[in-house]
Design a protein around this ligand. Sequence first.
Ligand code: GAR
Length: 236
Amino acid sequence: MAGVSDASDPGATIQWPLAQPWPSAHPPLRLAVLASGEGSNFEALVNACHHGPLNGEVVLLVVNKEQCGARQRAERLDVPCCWIDHRAYGSREALDAALIERFQAAAVDLVVMAGWMRIVTPVLIEAYPDRLLNIHPSLLPSFRGADGVGQALAAGVRLSGCTAHLVRPEVDSGPILVQAAVPVLQTDDAASLAARIHRQEHRILPLAVALAAERLVRDKTAAAVAPSPPPARPAD
Ligand code: GAR
C-alpha cells in the first residue's frame, strides 16, 4: 500500500495498493459515465483521458436530470450525452436495461457512476461484472447512502474522504480501489468539507478506473494461462 500527500491540500492523503502509480490500459478504454449532478467528476475523467495519464476516452455520458450541470459540461467538452428520464421507467431494472442498451450501442468497456443518484440493480451490475465503478464522498464503509458529507459532519469525525469502488448490489459496498482521506476542520460546514472531498475525488477516480482496467486484464490473463482440467475418463 502506497500513500501520497497532496501538496495543494495539506493533510490530504491518497492510499492505493500499487508500487507503480499508473497502470496503463491497452487498448484505450471506452468509458461511459452516469451522472445526476454537477458533473465535476465526469469532467475530471475527460481531462484525465485528454491531458492526463488515463489511456481512454469518455465515449458517452448518461444523465437522468434534463438540466444538470453534467449535461452542460458534456456539451462544452464535446462528449456525446444522452438524457434518460428515470421517471419514464416502471422499475429500477427497466431503467438499468435501458442503460445497458445505450452502453452496448457505444461499445463501452467500463461504466463509472460519478454522482449517479439512482440505486442500480443486479441487471446492470451483472452486465458489467467488475466493470461498474462508483465514487462516494466518505471513507467507506462509513457513511453509506445519501449525504455522506452531512453524515460525517453529524458524527463529528476528524477525518473523512472519498472512496472509489467496484459496485455490488448492496448500496455503496464492493471492493475498494482507491481512497483519499481529508481532515475535517472545526470550521467546516457541508460546503467546505464537500469541496475538499471533491478535489480528492477528481484525483482518485481516474486512478481507480485505471486500476479496474488493470484488474480485468490481469484476471483475463490468469484465466488464459490456468491449466485446463484433465479430460474426463471414458465411462467403463
Ligand atoms: C460526488 O461528491 C460523489 O461522490 C457523490 O456525488 C457527488 C457528485 O459530484 N456521489 C454520491 O453521493 C453517491 N452516493 P459531481 O456531480 O460534481 O461529480
